[in-house]
Design a protein around this ligand. Structure first.
Ligand SMILES: Nc1ncnc2c1ncn2[C@@H]1O[C@H](COP(=O)(O)OP(=O)(O)OP(=O)(O)O)[C@@H](O)[C@H]1O
Length: 264
């Protein structure tokens, strides 16, 4: 199980990839995240799921140092994100939702910039940029400005910027959104390979089928609370993850009240 039992600040604590304790955020009286606590084990492929407005992006933004929590703490491989952000951020690669990219750069320039910003030498950055553009099927688009990319291409180039420095943990908010099926399969195999070699991946997604097939662990959030957490098999309890998700979250409406939409 991935529910926390120990204090991450204790010296005997075997640091998970991410430890979250009592994390909370309120926006204008809306409780976006309501004091959640969980661990993401090292080497796991961890899915964070929940309906629209559940608090997934807010949680991931606080985990990755983009949004200051109102309450609680986050440790990345044992390093306190908000006490030592610089050190904690070195261990992370982040694909954030809705964050602007420098889109007047070409794809190649953007990935190169991300590598240099991480303090890598030019030669390694150039080699890895070539590898990433090839793996993500962006070689032809490498010289094109990011502002002219499609939504899926933008997602893929942002993913490349998150991976260039070979972080220990990747936190990816909706990495498959708008991405075509072939590119999604390529991204999945890159991520599977990364996990097989000791990396940790956290993804948020609305696609239950994908999460069930891909993730070793799942957390289900709704209205800022954690409803279930564990290995994917523990959470789905023998059924499909989608059925379990609907059971936990509720809210099926069957289109009631929309009879005016019927054409005959
Ligand atoms: N900057 C903000 N200002 C005000 N309210 C916000 C802000 N960001 C998020 N919220 C609110 O916090 C709640 C959680 O939003 P969040 O974006 O974290 O949900 P989510 O689970 O990522 O949703 P989705 O699946 O639709 O992306 C929502 O009620 C949202 O309206």
């Amino acid at each position: 199980m991935t529910q926390p039992h120990e204090d991450p600040a204790s010296p005997s604590f075997a640091a998970p990839a991410i430890a979250i304790r009592g994390l909370g955020k309120v926006f204008d009286h809306v409780v976006a995240v309501n004091g959640v606590s969980f661990d993401v084990p090292v080497g796991s492929f961890f899915g964070l799921v929940g309906p629209n407005g559940a608090g997934k992006t807010t949680t991931l933004s606080m985990v990755t140092g983009l949004l200051r929590p109102d309450a609680g703490q986050v440790w990345i491989n044992g390093v306190d994100m908000w006490a030592d952000s610089l050190e904690a951020k070195k261990k992370l690669g982040v694909l954030a939702d809705g964050v602007r990219l420098f889109d007047r750069l070409s794809g190649r320039q953007l990935v190169t910039y991300a590598g240099l910003l991480r303090g890598m030498d030019r030669e390694t950055v150039a080699e890895r940029t070539d590898d990433l553009l090839r793996a993500l099927d962006l070689v032809d688009a490498g010289e094109k400005l990011v502002v002219d990319y499609s939504a899926g291409m933008t997602k893929k180039i942002a993913l490349a910027t998150a991976m260039i420095h070979a972080p220990r943990t990747l936190v990816l908010d909706e990495p498959f959104e708008a991405v075509d099926p072939v590119s999604a399969a390529n991204i999945r195999s890159i991520l599977n390979d990364y996990v097989a070699h000791g990396g940790t991946v956290v993804v948020s997604s609305h696609v239950m089928d994908l999460v069930q097939r891909m993730c070793s662990h799942v957390a289900v959030m709704a209205r800022g609370n954690l409803l279930a957490i564990g290995t994917t098999d523990e959470v789905r309890q023998g059924g499909s993850l989608e059925d379990r998700f609907v059971d936990l979250v509720g809210g099926r409406s069957n289109g009631e009240g929309l009879s005016w939409l019927h054409t005959s």
